[in-house]
Design a protein around this ligand. Structure first.
Ligand SMILES: [Zn+2]
Length: 312
C-alpha cells in the first residue's frame, strides 16, 4: 500500500530523527526481513555506520551511510517504520529493530512479511531487483508527456498496467494509478499505445496532481500505513474513486464501478472514463475516426500514431 506519497511522508517524518545518527545494535526477530546479506552478517555490519542522508527513489527508502554503503528499505504491501525515542515492547509483527546512538530506535514492522532491508556490499551485490531499472520520478523534470509517449509506443498493454510498471514511472501503485486515470478521464483498460498526445499530457498532469495531493495530505491510511512517528495520513478522505465502489462519482453522480485490470482491483467511473475517445481528443486529432476501446486493432493504433506527428 505505501506508494510514493506515503514513502515520502515517512522519509520526511524520520529524517530529523535519523540524519547524522550512528547505528548501534541490531535486533533481528524475523530473518526473512533481512533481504541481503543474511541476518547475522547484517547485524554485524550495520553498527558503527553513520546516517548521512535519508533519501527516496520510487517506493524505496535509501539511507546513505558513512564511511561507506547504503541501507535500502522497501515496505512493499504492509511494511511500516516506527521511530521512538527509547525502545518499547515490540509489536506483534515487528521484524527487526535498529538501535541508534542517542538511545532511540527504529522498528521495522511487517504483517505480510513481503518487505525488508538490504545492505548491499561494496561491489553492489544485494541491491533490490528493480531499483536500478526504475523510471523517472513523477515529480521531477525528467517525467514529461513525451517520456510517457515514448514508453507507451513500445508497449502493448492497458494504461493501468503501464502505470503500475515501475520502469515507466517510479512510485505509483494501485491507489494513485486509479486516481490519476480518473482525473485524466481515461478508462483503465485503454490500450496505452493508442493514447493521443492530448491524453498523455492530461495523464502526466493528473499523475502529478494526485501525488501532490497525497503528499499534502500526508498519505492514505486505510489500516496499516502510518508515518515514521505512528501518525495517520489524511488522503483517504480525498480519494475520488479508489475504495469508493458503489458510491456516487464526485464528477457526475453515477456509481463508481470496481473491476479487475492487470490483476488488480480497479475503481473507475464508467461515465467519466468511457472507452470511446473523449471529445477533446476528437478535436485534437481530426479525421482520425472514432473507433477506440478494448477491441481496437493494431493497424488503427498505427494510423493514430502516425497521424499525430504533424501536430507536435
Ligand atoms: Zn463520473
Amino acid at each position: 500500500v505505501p506508494e510514493l506519497p506515503e514513502v515520502e511522508t515517512i522519509r520526511v517524518s524520520l529524517a530529523p530523527h535519523l540524519d547524522g545518527r550512528q547505528f548501534g545494535g541490531v535486533e533481528v526477530w524475523d530473518p526473512v526481513a533481512v533481504r541481503y546479506p543474511d541476518a547475522e552478517t547484517f547485524a554485524a555490519a550495520l553498527p558503527g555506520r553513520r546516517i548521512v542522508r535519508l533519501g527516496r527513489r520510487g517506493k524505496y527508502l535509501l539511507v546513505a551511510l558513512a564511511p561507506a554503503g547504503r541501507l535500502i528499505l522497501h515496505l512493499r504491501m504492509s511494511g511500516r517504520l516506527y521511530w521512538r525515542d527509547r525502545p518499547c515492547t515490540p509489536e506483534r509483527h515487528s521484524r527487526l529493530r535498529l538501535h541508534l546512538d542517542d538511545g532511540s530506535c527504529l522498528d521495522f514492522i511487517d504483517m505480510r512479511r513481503l518487505g525488508g532491508v538490504y545492505l548491499p556490499d561494496a561491489q553492489g551485490r544485494g541491491e533490490p531487483q528493480g531499483l536500478s531499472g526504475l523510471g523517472p520520478e513523477p515529480l521531477s523534470r525528467r517525467f514529461t508527456p513525451a517520456h510517457l509517449g515514448r514508453e507507451a509506443r513500445r508497449r502493448r498493454t492497458t494504461v493501468k498496467a503501464f502505470l503500475l510498471d515501475q520502469r515507466v514511472v517510479a512510485g505509483l501503485g494501485n491507489i494513485y494509478v486509479d486516481e490519476a486515470l480518473f482525473r485524466a478521464r481515461l478508462h483503465p483498460t485503454r490500450p496505452v499505445s493508442g493514447l493521443t498526445d492530448a491524453e498523455l499530457e492530461r495523464l502526466a498532469r493528473a499523475i502529478r496532481a494526485v501525488l501532490r495531493d497525497g503528499l499534502t495530505m500526508r498519505g492514505v491510511s486505510f489500516s496499516l500505513y502510518r508515518d515514521g512517528l505512528g501518525r495517520r495520513g489524511q488522503m483517504t478522505d480525498h480519494l475520488r474513486v479508489y475504495g469508493r465502489a458503489g458510491a456516487p462519482c464526485v464528477a457526475c453522480g453515477g456509481p463508481v464501478h470496481r473491476t479487475r485490470v492487470a490483476g488488480r482491483g480497479t475503481s473507475f467511473c464508467p461515465a467519466c472514463q468511457a472507452p470511446p475517445t473523449p471529445d477533446a481528443d476528437a478535436d485534437a486529432a481530426p479525421g482520425m475516426g472514432t473507433s477506440r476501446g478494448g477491441g481496437i486493432g493494431r493497424d488503427v493504433h498505427r494510423a493514430r500514431l502516425s497521424g499525430r506527428g504533424g501536430r507536435a
